[in-house]
Design a protein around this ligand. Sequence first.
Ligand SMILES: Cc1ncc(COP(=O)(O)O)c(C=O)c1O
Length: 425
Amino acid sequence: MGSLAVAGGHPCIPAQTFEAATKWPHYGPSELEAVSRLVTKGEVSRSDTVLEFEQEVCKLCCCRHALTFPNGTLAMLAAMYAVGIGPGDEVLCPSNTWWGSISPALWLGASVSFCDCEPGTLCLDPEDVLRRITPCTKALVAVHLWGLPAPMSELRDLCTRHGIALIEDASHAHGARYKGTPVGSLGDIAVFSCQASKLLPMGEGGFLSTDSSDLYEAALLIGHGDRLGSFSSTKTQHRLAATGAGIKARPTPLVAALGLHQLRSLRRHVASTSEAFRALETCLDSIGGFARGQTPGDAGAGRVYYEFVFRYSPEHFPGVLAPDLALILQKEGVRCDICRYPLLHQLPLFRVQGDIRDHANSSSSTLVDAICLPVCETLQPRLLSLPAIKTPTLELAEAYDAAFRKVSAHAETVVDLCATGALHE
Ligand SMILES: Cc1ncc(COP(=O)(O)O)c(C=O)c1O
């Protein structure tokens, strides 16, 4: 086993093993050929490739409509606009997610109410959601965090009983299933980001999916003006055919071409990453001081893995902070980091009340106190994350196992290094 790399020992994971296994995205000759064909034909702004991509998305999500956007944030804006979010409304959302899950609500004049997570899954806690519903609540954003589907049966039931729209944020969960049903068809409307690190990497890009023709037609007003002309003259879409709602949010077909090809290899990639991370979870659970990040219950069978989160135990590493433990693991060649999402309810953007334009003008003294969300506030600082393993190898699995066992076995040294400040000398 030897001594810790941070104390002069040999690192467990050679850099090249790691780089090869985690390289992403994988683009090959078929993507290059598809993009080059579009560029040669001059189809860089409009092309049927976008419609072809949307047809494939409908198959993936088992729904009738899909609509592509330049990124997930704009797809969320369109989804929120479609369900009718506007001034005076409240939108519920988890705090331990990326800001694009919810920031479009502010641009539509609504306010945000953050909910706590369930300690095992890290996804929304339906009991906390219920406590936060008010007469102004218009929608709930359920995020399938790190690829694990949120508890959609309970959330669907809550939303139906209270007349609230249910928006899925499936940006971490392309290809996942919940109790056998694909994500993207579990709420009223769903949003996916396809930014380069995602399971379906399109460079930048995003899409929404829905089974509702009404929601699809309303979403078209955000940025898809060119599709509005065909509506009958009695529809709003026809009246607004020249402008839509005044925002342009059409994707370039080049990203749809990448998406079409990536869809073909999605299942294969998801399967190999899942196999590697399921094995790593079992390994971590057997090592003192570390544990899997999410204990999924019912939703585990159909989950996928975007990044991989795991926990460390403050009892095994007393007084050790996540950034210091991350540094010690990094020295062993484990490219882990602290969980990169700050809790949203503590961020200035979400603590200024009123119009979104006030944010740029206000000083920090005008921020309202952050609410308290005890579960995510306790757990988030104990989370570490690893980039996705895209090409698993036995060599990497053994090296991860060795690195975690070594750091666990040297817990006393780790605690000393952190307590005395020697780690940063
Ligand atoms: C959970 C989640 N929602 C929304 C977004 C926003 O997507 P985009 O970056 O494509 O605008 C992201 C992007 O990282 C995300 O991770």
